[in-house]
Design a protein around this ligand. Structure first.
Ligand SMILES: [Zn+2]
Length: 303
């Protein structure tokens, strides 16, 4: 049976909101994600008997320690998504990169009661400097590379259109779009080269064969369940590792952000589709992954 992972980035509403809401305090927005939205996802996992990997922003651990402890103690994995989620993470200097990784690591380790071994960068963008910092911190894997040509093109256009926000998220270099598409031991001197003598593993985001579109539900949800299920079949037929990535804001309901006057971007796309409809989508997709794959935590891939 092919292996698969369900993993989710806990980027709270503060990361996606770009306008007016009835909630103006950032800690309140984060609390909405942690207290109202995350339980929906946990309930979905429980219903399917699945364990997932949660990429957590370390800053949120202070206020929501109990939610994260509950997640970790239920057998899910907590992984590092930096301390403050800087959009230009790869362009920070070495000390700041190390600090972002280390501070999040400390916050999560004390909650999980075990070493944190996995990392995902904001915006699917890493560099050799980031990977070096991860190796030195004792990490076993990174799961940031998204070698989808479509995604690269979409992001480049998106950044060009949003002129006033040109540096919204950094972009991986085009060269790295040609990295391996299944988990691989990463060479010391190249992000996109395999070297079986190395211990550190890259677990790239899955890319749908032929169309080179990322297997990221935030980018698939709008097409309904059929294309996602078809993409899953294609990945399985090619015996690819299915690295299925979700974002917690996909589980946000309109009521959670009542009073919103249209000033959202990523989140606005999700809330155009009723939460009930989105839950049906996830039910079908997770059900299919559960039926056809051996679902594992990312830390168990990187051994
Ligand atoms: Zn993120």
């Amino acid at each position: 049976m092919p292996q698969a992972s369900i993993n989710i980035d806990l980027d709270t509403l503060t990361e996606d909101i770009d306008g007016e809401t009835r909630i103006i305090r950032r800690d309140e927005l984060r609390a909405t994600t942690y207290r109202r939205v995350i339980p929906r996802f946990l309930e979905l996992l429980d219903r399917h008997g699945l364990k997932a990997t949660f990429f957590v922003i370390g800053r949120d651990a202070v206020d929501h320690h109990d939610v994260l402890a509950n997640i970790a103690h239920s057998g899910h994995e907590l992984a590092n998504h930096t301390m403050t989620h800087p959009k230009q993470f790869v362009h920070l200097d070495d000390r700041a990169i190390v600090r972002e990784i280390r501070d999040c690591d400390r916050a999560l380790k004390s909650i999980a009661g075990r070493p944190i071994v996995g990392f995902r960068a904001p915006g699917y963008t890493v560099s050799l400097r980031v990977i070096r910092a991860l190796r030195e911190a004792g990490y076993r894997y990174d799961s940031s590379l998204n070698s989808s040509l479509c995604y690269y093109a979409i992001k480049t256009v998106f950044k060009a259109v949003r002129l006033r926000d040109r540096d919204y998220l950094s972009t991986q270099r085009l060269l790295e779009v040609f990295a391996p598409r299944t988990p691989y031991r990463m060479a010391a001197d190249s992000l996109s080269r395999r070297d079986n003598g190395q211990a550190f593993i890259e677990i790239p985001i899955s890319v749908i064969p032929y169309v080179s579109y990322p297997f990221v539900t935030a980018l698939l949800l709008h097409f309904g369940a059929a294309p996602s299920l078809q993409a899953l079949k294609m990945l399985i037929a090619r015996r690819r590792f299915v690295n299925c990535e979700l974002h917690i804001n996909e589980f946000t309901d309109r009521g959670d952000i009542m009073g919103e006057d249209g000033g959202f971007y990523l989140t606005r796309q999700y809330v155009r589709i009723d939460l009930a409809q989105r839950m049906k989508y996830f039910d079908r997709l997770l059900g299919a992954i559960r039926a056809d794959c051996d679902v594992t935590l990312l830390r168990d891939v990187a051994v």
